[in-house]
Design a binder for this molecule. Structure first.
Ligand code: ARG
Length: 465
């Protein structure tokens, strides 16, 4: 980035005094919007192609523009392009160098467009690409989760409500809940894509353009599915970016919840799972520590994205039609959202590949939680005891077990019958953890067979989608 060689501003004609140095730094965006270069150039090539097709630009000028832009893109990608803050933004940097290189043809590129429809187009192309990439990363993470679910379909651990042990569940079932969260996230991105994928180009500054443009040509070249229908809305709408960031905030919220569970599960009092050394860090003072920094950071980074969503909503809420320079502030939150979500999804998939369950610890915790109490109540109900009475009888049984430091399954038949005479020897089948999870045998239930079936169904959906 350079601002030592002030370049003539493309809009200098109307002005007699140079821009104040602080104002130049304050208003420039090229230091961050150079990230749009690839999309900006793609949009310009499509625009020039369309202008030539409708006869506004000569084929010679079109060819010179396209070759010039391709050369600039190659230089940018090779790191050999000098960005100038004095040229304000990515659009004017590219156009100015194009004109330096090819002369007057470069000056004709901006016919029938404005930076307002140009930037809106570039941002949409960038979001579309990021969105497809993020959906790919969500799918990759879901794939790792399916492998864990399959491997741990029979692994019993306490299922909690209020973070209190409630009923036994299988670990496979637990992580399939994560899978479902991510499934909705992917669905949302795909639905959002249709609204991102509409073309602003042709709106020009705000009112359209008197040239005989053909927007369908540019839309086809840029693979847009539709046109922004109103020129004023086209240049000012950033709903598509807000919706995308909102979908990102939801993924981050989900990753944060998963992170919270991992942080708990690796902590010594739980010790339910272990994460690979490559995904943990040590303490500079306490040699025994292996800290779950990765899930902690993912949980922390969710705050950034939620903040970016809020920033974009506030950015837009006071803006009258049509384009306002405020919109330049959409880029940094948007770019940081893309980078944060992408990194978090990737690091999470890598981390989960290293996850190992301590099945003995999970089983022990489940055994100590009196979690088959509901199963005992259901057993009584099957023997015609009204549910409320069953609940009461089992509550007394649990109290008895707690007082003698035992699990329900460790009480004798006589002891159990003292709480309800309908109890028979077969009660011990429902008091085991394995019996309890196996009994929840319906679609969406925690029984190992259902977990395996859910994994198979999800894999089929993946393969056909
Ligand atoms: N850098 C500007 C942005 O990001 C480009 C559009 C500027 N348009 C204008 N009329 N000043 O919004």
């Amino acid at each position: 980035m350079s601002d030592e060689t002030p370049s003539a501003k493309l809009w200098a004609g109307r002005f007699t005094e140079p821009t104040d140095a602080l104002v130049e730094r304050f208003t420039e965006s090229v230091s961050f919007d150079h990230r749009l270069a690839k999309h900006d150039i793609r949009g310009s090539i499509a625009h020039a192609t369309m202008l030539a097709e409708v006869g506004v630009l000569s084929p010679g000028d079109r060819d010179a523009i396209i070759r010039g832009l391709e050369g600039i893109l190659a230089d940018i990608e090779a790191g050999g392009f000098e960005w100038r803050t004095s040229l304000e933004d990515v659009h004017m940097n590219v156009e100015s160098v194009l004109t330096d290189r090819i002369g007057d043809a470069g000056k004709r590129l901006h016919t029938a467009r404005s930076r307002n429809d140009q930037v809106a187009t570039g941002v949409r192309l960038l979001v579309r690409e990021a969105l497809d990439d993020i959906v790919g990363s969500v799918r990759a993470l879901q794939d790792v989760i399916l492998s864990i679910a399959e491997r741990e379909a029979e692994t019993v651990l306490p299922g909690c409500t209020h973070l209190q042990p409630a009923q036994p569940i299988t670990f496979g079932h637990h992580v399939l809940a994560w899978f479902e969260m991510l499934e909705r996230d992917a669905e949302r991105f795909i639905e959002c894509r249709a609204r991102v994928n509409r073309m602003p180009l042709g709106a020009a500054a705000l009112a359209g353009t008197p040239y005989p443009i053909d927007r369908s040509i540019t839309a086809r070249l840029l693979e847009f599915e539709g046109l922004c229908e109103n020129s004023m809305d086209a240049v000012s709408d950033r709903d598509f970016a807000i919706e995308f960031v909102s979908d990102c905030a939801l993924v981050m919220m989900h990753l944060s919840r998963m992170s919270e569970e991992l942080v708990l599960w690796v902590s010594a009092p739980f010790a339910f799972v272990e994460l690979g050394d490559a995904y943990c860090t040590g303490s500079s003072i306490m040699p025994q520590k292996k800290n779950p920094d990765v899930p902690e950071l993912v949980r922390g980074k969710s705050a950034r994205v939620i903040g970016h969503l809020s920033a974009l909503l506030v950015l837009m809420k006071g803006q009258p039609l049509a384009y306002n320079r405020d919109n330049q502030e959409d880029k940094e939150p948007l770019f940081d959202t893309i980078d944060t979500v992408t990194d978090c999804l990737r690091v999470f998939a890598g981390m989960l590949r290293t996850l190992e369950c301590r099945r003995d610890r999970m089983h022990e915790a489940a055994r100590l939680g009196y979690m088959t109490a509901t199963d005992l109540a259901d057993y009584l109900v099957r023997r015609a005891v009204p549910f409320r009475d069953a609940h009461e009888a089992v509550g007394r049984a649990v109290r008895g077990a707690v007082e003698t430091g035992r699990d329900l399954s460790e009480m004798t038949l006589e002891e159990l019958r003292s709480f309800s005479p309908v109890i028979e020897a077969d009660v011990f089948e429902v008091l085991t953890l394995e019996g309890s999870v196996a009994a929840r045998d319906h679609p969406g239930g925690t029984a190992p067979g259902r977990v395996r079936a859910a994994v198979a169904r999800a894999r089929e959906r993946f393969d056909s989608g």
